[in-house]
Design a protein around this ligand. Structure first.
Ligand code: GLN
Length: 468
């Protein structure tokens, strides 16, 4: 993409869609001119979600008042890798506050949400939480964008923007410098229109990082390469659809598109099977116990003393502490709700009943996934299923985006329905599986999710590329 052309279009698009929290205005503002240890991403423009640390390049706000002035003292590993490969970073993207949200309406900076560029007339929800990253790609301002996906936040906005959104296996891309939401689930993901560009970016970022203790080691990466050679076969991949994914919850339009897609795959000669992964039906509950619990503990550091904007409230008494008013003033309502939910599930009365149970169910879910895939899980050491499937197919979401007006009236009526949006994406997050959302067809804001066994990222991308 041509930087000069993009810079001409940017102000108009930014004021209409509110895509960036920070962006460059002139070519001369490119921070840290591409230093280029290699040319892998030369000529490509990138956007980076604003929970990914950038030094000397705007603040790193997580779209929260709490971090509105936070200047990161270092660059995230992914930012360094992009610059080393000569990508140019155009800006930091707007998001749901601290990456909590699915519709994309939880912006905490006060400037309103990102508006989905899928329509220039109506204001549609962008999908979250990587809403600005999806919008930047959809509006042709960048060739690709980085987002983060904890329970669906790359895949959902990709689906609602009719673009590609890839959440790799947990641990493949470094989280060093990515501000934690729920660190056992947080994964950096890539959004793009072009599968070739997405793959190039993935190959640049897919590296062991000694600064991230959860980064997949080189030994395990070697083991994965060997497993790939063993599964290379002449037969077409087998596809499974978990019975536990209820298609009756889909909007009629999504159901129609999904069935048509499955029909198309079958006519292309792919074998499609029903499979059973029983714990899928508990995934939403597991996720909404575990993610807020991790978040509550991570967000404890924002007290206005160690981190975070300090409250300016005057009189402090024993009920109105600096800590309390800092958090009440600077965290938005969704973040506060998650902190309460997380702490509730961590307190001694509910810890055993909720938190520990959810952890056990998570292990069970991973074992059940291991039972259906024909590719062995290098982390669990479970055997692969010899006649198992290669990929799992599902819708990415229940349906397409609503207008912001509609969504705000629904959310206020039924706050929990917002959490149900993640029903198809959270199982893959809990098991750390690679999952890609691809548009049902060009320009339609509905996605199909293709997921593979842990570590089988390359084949998920190969398969998606073969469908184009
Ligand atoms: N919608 C989910 C949540 O609100 C997922 C968010 C994410 O993946 N960051 O927690």
């Amino acid at each position: 993409m041509q930087l000069e052309t993009v810079l001409r279009r940017l102000p108009g698009l930014q004021s209409r869609y509110n895509i960036f929290t920070h962006h460059i205005n002139k070519v001369t503002e490119i921070n840290d001119p591409p230093r280029g240890k290699n040319d892998a991403l030369k000529g490509l423009l990138a956007a980076v979600k604003d929970n990914i640390s950038t030094k000397n390049f705007g603040a790193t706000t997580c779209s929260s008042r709490m971090l509105k002035d936070y200047k990161a003292p270092y660059d995230a590993t992914v930012v360094n890798l992009l610059r080393d490969s000569r990508a140019v970073i155009l800006g930091k993207t707007n998001m749901d506050e601290f990456a909590m949200g699915a519709s994309g309406l939880n912006n905490g900076l006060g400037g309103g949400p990102v508006i989905n560029p899928i329509s220039d007339i109506e204001d549609y929800c962008p999908g979250g939480s990587s809403s600005g990253s999806a919008a930047a790609v959809l509006a042709d301002l960048v060739d690709f964008a980085l987002g983060t996906d904890t329970g669906g936040s790359v895949r959902l906005p990709a689906a609602w923007g009719s673009i590609l959104g890839f959440k790799p296996s947990y641990g493949r891309i470094s989280r060093f410098g990515v501000i934690d939401f729920a660190q056992s689930l947080d994964t950096v993901g890539i959004l793009a229109k072009d599968i070739g560009i997405l793959r190039k970016v993935f190959s640049v970022l897919d590296k062991y990082d000694p600064r991230d203790p959860t980064s997949l080691t080189d030994d395990l990466r070697d083991q994965l390469t060997k497993s790939h050679i063993t599964v290379e076969r002449d037969t077409k991949p087998k596809i499974g659809i978990p019975k536990e994914f209820s298609l009756s919850s889909l909007t009629p339009e999504m159901r129609q598109h999904f069935l048509t897609y499955v029909g198309r795959l079958m006519s292309l000669g792919y074998e499609v099977y029903p499979v059973s992964v029983p714990s899928i039906k508990h995934s939403l509950i597991m996720y909404y116990i575990l993610a807020p619990a991790e978040a509550a503990s991570n967000l404890a550091r924002y007290d206005g003393i160690r981190y975070g904007s300090r409250s300016i409230a005057g009189d402090m008494d024993e009920h109105n502490t600096l800590f309390g008013s800092t958090r009440a003033e600077n965290f938005g309502p969704e973040v506060q709700k998650r902190i309460i939910l997380g702490n509730y599930n961590l307190c001694s009365a509910s810890y055993k009943n909720n938190f520990i149970k959810a952890q056990k169910l998570r292990v069970q879910l991973i074992d059940e996934f291991d039972n259906v895939f024909n590719f062995a899980n290098v982390l669990t050491g479970n055997r692969s299923a010899p006649d198992g499937i290669d990929f799992i197919l599902s819708p990415t979401n229940i349906g397409g985006p609503k207008t912001i007006k509609e969504e705000t009236s629904i959310e206020s009526a039924d706050e929990l329905s917002a959490y149900a949006t993640d029903v198809f994406t959270t199982p893959m997050s809990l098991a750390g599986l690679p999952a890609l959302s691809i548009p049902v067809q060009n320009g339609t804001p509905l996605g199909i999710q293709i997921a593979g066994q842990y570590g089988d990222d390359q084949r998920v991308l190969d398969f998606a590329a073969s469908l184009y």
